[in-house]
Ligand binder design. Structure first.
Ligand code: SF4
Length: 138
């Protein structure tokens, strides 16, 4: 098995085990799942507290867990969200519509997220507006 194939299978497995990586269509979902993971880390740290003889080791473990379980997945989700936003603004129809909110990748008329290959209204709600090409910084 090549390294690329192993990487792809690993990514699919991680997405199946941790569906949080799929819920990055908006910033609210990223924050929500970050808070859920932080709460789980707090519970885990609280449970482990009685089993750690050295208090400084507990703090070290806590900060490592926060970094790996809370911050890193949130950063991955944020990068994926930015990529989604970048692609959404390439939906030619929505990018030229007055109802398109580029930073939220949102159709404000239907309150639905726009994707590059998906136009929520199917073109029926299009009204002329300024062309938007949102290119956020990473
Ligand atoms: S009204 Fe239609 S074309 Fe305009 S932003 Fe919404 S989905 Fe896109």
């Amino acid at each position: 098995m090549s390294l690329g194939t192993a990487w792809m299978k690993g990514s699919v497995l991680i997405n199946e085990l941790f569906p949080i990586f799929e819920t990055c269509s908006n910033v609210g979902a990223i924050i929500y799942w970050g808070l859920i993971r932080f709460a789980l880390v707090l519970v885990g740290a609280w449970v482990l507290y009685n089993f750690m003889p050295n208090y400084s080791d507990w703090w070290t473990l806590f900060f490592v867990a926060v970094g790996l379980v809370v911050v890193y997945p949130a950063q991955l989700a944020w990068r994926k969200h930015v990529e989604t936003v970048r692609h959404a603004s390439r939906n030619g129809l929505c990018a030229t519509c007055r109802h398109f909110a580029a930073e939220e990748t949102l159709c404000t008329k239907l309150d639905e997220h726009v994707r590059r290959e998906y136009t929520p209204c199917g073109g029926e709600g299009w009204e002329p507006g300024e062309a938007v090409l949102y290119t956020p910084e990473l």
